[in-house]
Design a protein around this ligand. Structure first.
Ligand code: AMP
Length: 114
């Protein structure tokens, strides 16, 4: 499958993996949009929330619930923001669902209507 995140999971493309379990892995984003920017990526390939099964949702939730215990090691003690970009309007560029984890600095909340 020609998916960059599947290739990263298999070690075919190098990445800085900072966490991994049976459900998800977490890598440092190659083009950080905040002082700390990671991606939590489910191991099973699916593109969008629409394609998520109940088992996928449970697996991702287990992954999300690990974040508080990783926060200190990842420099996210001050808080963090989780973002899922879905589709073109959101600017999704990799079509393997993933959660951005952003932090390491105060994050403003842009008014996107402007
Ligand atoms: P999105 O635009 O929401 O689909 O997010 C895709 C993210 O993947 C972007 O923030 C990219 O910087 C990141 N990305 C793309 N290729 C790599 C890579 N090889 N290693 C780490 N992050 C990547």
């Amino acid at each position: 499958m020609d998916c960059i995140f599947c290739k990263i999971d298999k070690g075919e493309i190098p990445s800085e993996k900072v966490y991994e379990d049976d459900d998800v892995f977490v890598i440092r984003d190659i083009d950080p949009k905040a002082e700390k920017h990671y991606l939590m990526i489910p191991k099973r390939h699916y593109k969008l929330i629409d394609e998520m099964t109940d088992a996928d949702a449970a697996a991702l939730m287990r992954g999300l619930r690990k974040i508080p215990s990783l926060a200190g090691r990842l420099g996210l003690d001050g808080g963090y923001r989780l973002v899922i970009n879905q589709g073109d309007d959101a600017g999704q560029s990799v079509f393997h669902l993933h959660v951005h984890i952003l932090g390491g600095q105060p994050l403003d909340f842009p008014d996107l209507k402007k």
